[in-house]
Design a protein around this ligand. Sequence first.
Ligand SMILES: NC(=O)c1ccc[n+]([C@@H]2O[C@H](COP(=O)([O-])OP(=O)(O)OC[C@H]3O[C@@H](n4cnc5c(N)ncnc54)[C@H](OP(=O)(O)O)[C@@H]3O)[C@@H](O)[C@H]2O)c1
Length: 345
Amino acid sequence: MMKAVQVTGYGDVDQLQVVDLLPPSPKQDEVLVRVKACGINNTEIWMREGAYGTDEESGWRPEGVQFPRIPGSDITGEVVEVGSGMDDSMIGRRVVLFPFTSSGQDGEEHIADDMSFIGSEYDGGYAEYVAWPAALCYDMPLDSFVDSAAFSVSGLTAWHMNEQIDIQPGQTIVVTGASGGVGSLNVQIAANVHGANVYAIVGDLKEADKLKALGASRVFSYRSETLADEILEANGGPVDAVLDVVGDALFKTSFEILKNGGKFCISGSAGGQTTHLDFRTLYLKHITMYGSVLGTREEFKAMLDAIAAGRIKPVIDRTFPLVEARAAQTYFKQKGKFGKIVLLP
Ligand SMILES: NC(=O)c1ccc[n+]([C@@H]2O[C@H](COP(=O)([O-])OP(=O)(O)OC[C@H]3O[C@@H](n4cnc5c(N)ncnc54)[C@H](OP(=O)(O)O)[C@@H]3O)[C@@H](O)[C@H]2O)c1
């Protein structure tokens, strides 16, 4: 038997139940992974809360989630068994899992209609074992299971956002939610992979030194009433692009600080899911907007290479034992954390 945590229906953390289950059996071309660490993402919290739905509760797909479901998508572990069609050579490999399946061609897998996510459409990593296609298991980029579990969803999302806006060295890029999972990686990728001048936005300026260590040149607080003016003054004018995960709370500021022809890329809405947009700002400033979900397998591999080369570093806030998943998700939702929360089966 294995220990696992299941979401039993839409609702609060009480819907997370610790259960004993038979481990999954790897099917053809799959492997069984003994999970060593699983990073938490907002995705599985919104999945439990049903917060992706607009008129009614739903997962990120309109048809909703089949409960019970084991959440968790940022998984590292060791291959302990292989399904039919595979030789034993993968046994013992320490792997990180690419988090979704898709029939999309290379480069388009993240926009295919049948994209199916581990932890939503498949049982995920809040468990001692998970079965997953061998072709979507990559060698761990770092020695530590915990460190290597800090990147999958947030890192792939950040990597893809950076690719979308095609950053040129020396451009000024503003990163919102910079203390969070996606934002802290946006800071690192924009600064250390693309050579951008990165301005990070956080709530509490006591995080400033940590963000500068990750690559930010300046750090601003969204609590300041003069945030837009401070950024314009620091840059000597408007900025080239905004990488956003906050949505409504900083949308007005983003459009104020963007240059004519600037780029706005959004992958999350931690600070409000709907907003007011004056179309005149959009067209008079010739702003390009990008929506972003996850990324491609090629981008995942490029990200793992950058991690192995030390250009992107794990930012871990703290770990929790798997059986404390309720406490871990509650902690994730609180303000003031810095980086990823990781569960340990
Ligand atoms: N599209 C995708 O593929 C994808 C992938 C991963 C995540 N996401 C989404 O991206 C968002 C961020 O995810 P995450 O994992 O980085 O979450 P996280 O670690 O909780 O970070 C959220 C960040 O947003 C900031 N924030 C929250 N409310 C704010 C407000 N009212 N004003 C300004 N800043 C605010 C927080 O700053 P403070 O703590 O300082 O308040 C924190 O830095 C979520 O909406 C998530 O669902 C999307």
